[in-house]
Ligand binder design. Structure first.
Ligand code: PMP
Length: 399
């Protein structure tokens, strides 16, 4: 028998999908399921996005497009990032991908040779480890537990960068923790980054529109403009505009990196479909009221989730300030039982919780923090309180 490539053996199916699949099966079997498992926005883009897509179809060329992205898309993104504080960029600093996920994969291919090191903090978005595994990079994981609010400290970053990783990958606001770095925290980390000129810095900031409490969105290049020659900012229309299925990711960074990703695009995907580009242009340059309203809604939901979780004795939940996730430390439950089912770890906890209550959450070990679980609070509004009550009840029934 011929063998699959070793690279495929290293890639694991997403733990998030495993839980979501199990929840789907239980639902199909007639169970009342509340899903806190999948990180998708609970809204659709505005009518102007669909109108732009329809209009585009009416004069679609049916041809391949630009490997870097359609000019109109690049120009819309330039304007968009200017409002986020990235000034002085041109089309030559940009490139696109089929979602931020593919942009990140392209960046890994563009910046990492086999055996090179990539540093990132845990808890991390599951795909970071998978992308590193697929390109054969070594991971240098900086553990940031609940006791430090899941946030990377300058001292931890300093120690990791001293090992001279090729890439430092940063995520703000964070999936899975919902943490947001303040202007001061970003400035303190940027101080460390300037000390290590041989490390590329990728900032995966696709939740930048979902920041609460007036904290604002900050990037290393805002703190230290000279970092522009090494920082690659990654964005996406998925979470900001409720468009995860449209698959549009974008980057802004040094020209050499944008060019490398564009070359990879010419080999991997060629271009985005015209209709998709037109929809993304409309989203980026049209009215921004939907993301603003949704951000406020998520902040209100955060309050409900945070209050419910911190009311559970022994559960520790650093207060999320962005995205749409909470990441409570549930380790107080380990070693206990629920209705005769022993709970030894996060995976057993989430399995027992789903089985007993119908609430689906993702075990923290998928994100490199086995003491916690991820709650994504984008479910229908009517399910939020009942889902949280079921979690509270589950804890109360532990023996
Ligand atoms: N980065 C993070 C932190 C994410 O949570 C996600 C999606 N869950 C992505 C990137 C990928 O987004 P996209 O839909 O643009 O591929």
């Amino acid at each position: 028998m011929p063998q699959l490539a070793q690279r495929v053996g290293r890639a694991k199916p997403s733990a998030i999908m495993v839980i979501a699949e199990k929840a789907k099966q239980l639902k199909a079997a007639g169970r009342d399921i509340i899903s806190f498992s999948i990180g998708v926005p609970n809204f659709l883009p505005g009518e102007h996005v669909y109108a732009a897509a329809r209009e585009s179809l009416s004069h679609d060329s049916g041809q391949y497009g630009s490997n870097r992205g359609a000019d109109a898309l690049l120009d819309a993104f330039l304007k968009h990032i200017e409002a986020l504080g990235f000034t002085g960029y041109t089309r030559m600093n940009l490139s696109i991908g089929i979602g931020a996920k593919q942009v990140l994969y392209n960046l890994a291919e563009a910046l990492l040779d086999e055996g090179d090191e990539i540093a990132f903090a845990a808890p991390y978005w599951t795909t970071y480890r998978d992308i590193a595994d697929i390109v054969g990079a070594k991971t240098n994981v900086m553990h940031c537990g609940p006791e430090q609010n899941y946030k990377l400290t300058p001292a931890q970053l300093d120690a990791a960068l001293a090992r001279k990783p090729k890439v430092f990958l940063f995520n703000n606001p964070s999936n899975p923790t919902g943490m947001v770095y303040t202007r001061e925290e970003i400035a303190a980390l940027a101080e460390m980054l300037v000390k290590y000129p041989d490390t590329w810095v990728i900032t995966d900031d696709i939740y930048n529109a979902m920041v609460f409490d007036g904290l604002g969105y900050h990037n290393f290049v805002h703190a230290k403009p000279e970092l522009r020659e090494r920082v690659i900012f990654v964005d996406s229309v998925s979470k900001t505009y409720g468009m995860p299925g449209w698959r549009v990711g974008l980057l802004a960074g040094p020209e050499s990196v944008a060019k490398a990703v564009t070359t990879l695009n010419s080999n991997h995907i060629t271009s985005l479909p015209e209709v998709v580009s037109a929809a993304a242009v409309a989203a980026l340059s049209g009215p921004q009221d939907i993301p603003q309203v949704k951000c406020k809604d998520f902040a209100d939901r955060r309050d409900i989730v945070f209050t419910a979780l911190t009311a559970i004795p022994g559960v520790v939940c650093p207060r999320p300030q962005g995205a749409f996730y909470a990441f409570p430390d549930i380790s107080v439950a380990f070693g206990k039982s629920h209705g005769g089912t022993k709970i030894g770890n996060d995976v057993e906890f989430c399995a027992a919780l789903l089985e007993a209550t119908g609430v689906a959450c993702v075990p923290g070990s998928a994100f490199g923090e086995p003491r916690a679980m991820r709650i994504s609070y984008t479910c229908p509004a009517a399910q939020l309180q009942p889902g949280l009550q079921r979690i509270q009840q589950f804890f109360a029934e532990l023996t």
